[in-house]
Ligand binder design. Structure first.
Ligand code: SAH
Length: 345
């Protein structure tokens, strides 16, 4: 059986033509899928006989809501979706004055091993398909009734570790006959997989690249992010500078402030030095306290921000949303996994 929603319009059209159908059927089927139909029967302008032919060879992915938490503080919604194979993934919907942003996952779990992150504690189970990434946007919009204007690939998983599917997802979500979300409204975040950054520079998409840096020196970065042993700070910054030269696009550096680890003034100075030569933007994130983690939130966020600004850098502090609903970094999925383990025993 083939996953129909992961196919491009051209592929669907070709497959239907091979079944003896006219070309215009491709666009009809594609449009229905991207409106969120859950069964072939719902494709109203398509003959019943074709519903059955499609059903014999293809399936339509449909996630179900395993849990949904709505923040009383700011309306942020966190979804825990159950996929058809029983795996669960998280999606967060945040509403700002300029629109609704959805934060989606790219993998079930993650194998990058960042020490402060809850998503990676149990490792990676599998990659998400393009349709499963698309469904997070589509079904979040349908369930919440809020139109999605922006997407950030900052949920569970490392997008550059599932690059092929992520690129196809971008192509699908961007399609005028689909959800038609512009690349300028999409951010992709990586923990620093250098070949992925170089490949993305070649693709020259108009999306925003975020790099989860978290430390400007390799000693500190290796301590908190194992990926630094594969691609260290020097290699990472070289790739970022190449990316800027090639695309002319400003990179956003994510920096989660950890008490006594990466919040010293000398690290702000070093960070400014490393970014020098391109228009970087530093996004300081107050560390989310993960129970299992030895790392604690820094108390120097404002001071660190001032220090960066004294070097002429733009530094913002990420506003925390959904503080009452575990709305970050794999915490809800982790709770659910633990609950299920408990129930099985
Ligand atoms: N794997 C990609 C996508 C995940 S994005 C990446 O690393 O960029 C999620 C962002 O949240 C990353 O910047 C990650 O480093 C950060 N993060 C993870 N755990 C966190 C925590 N406990 N507090 C604050 N930020 C955290």
């Amino acid at each position: 059986m083939t996953d129909l929603k992961s196919m491009t319009l051209e592929e669907i059209t070709a497959a239907l033509r091979a079944m003896g159908e006219p070309s215009f059927r491709g666009k009809q089927v594609f449009t229905w899928l991207h409106r969120g139909i859950t069964d072939f029967d719902e494709m109203m302008n398509i003959p019943k006989s074709l519903h059955e032919k499609l059903r014999a060879e293809y399936y339509i992915t449909v996630p179900t809501v395993a849990r949904k938490q709505v923040s009383k503080l700011d309306g942020t919604i966190k979804y825990l979706w159950e996929l058809q194979d029983g795996n669960c993934i998280e999606t967060v919907l945040m509403s700002y004055h300029h629109g609704n942003t959805v934060c989606i996952s790219s993998q079930v779990g993650c194998r990058m091993g960042c020490k402060f992150c809850a998503s990676t504690l149990a490792g990676k189970v599998r990659d998400l398909t393009p349709s499963e990434m698309l469904d997070q946007v589509l079904f979040t919009q349908l369930d919440s009734g809020r139109e999605i204007s922006n997407i950030v690939l900052m949920g569970i998983g490392e997008p550059m570790d599932n690059r092929k599917n992520v690129l196809r997802f971008l192509e699908l979500i961007n399609h005028p006959d689909g959800m038609n979300i512009g690349m300028r409204h999409i951010s992709l975040s990586t923990c620093g997989v250098v070949p992925g950054i170089d490949a993305l520079a070649e693709d020259n998409l108009q999306l925003t690249l975020s790099v989860s840096l978290h430390a400007p020196d390799s000693t500190t970065r290796s301590r908190i992010m194992p990926v630094n042993n594969a691609y260290d700070v020097e290699e990472l910054f070289a790739a970022c500078h190449r990316y800027f030269k090639k695309t002319g696009r400003r990179i956003s550096f994510e920096y989660a402030m950890i008490d006594g680890v990466n919040d010293h003034d000398w690290q702000a100075d070093l960070l400014a030095e490393k970014i020098h030569g391109m228009p970087g933007h530093v996004n300081l994130i107050p560390l989310n306290d993960v129970v299992e983690s030895e790392f604690k939130p820094s108390k120097r966020v404002a001071a660190f921000q001032k220090r960066l600004e004294s070097h002429g850098l733009t530094a913002t502090v990420r506003r925390s949303l959904g503080g009452d609903i575990d709305a970050s970094c794999g915490q809800l999925r982790r709770k659910e996994m633990k609950a299920r383990e408990g129930a099985a025993q």
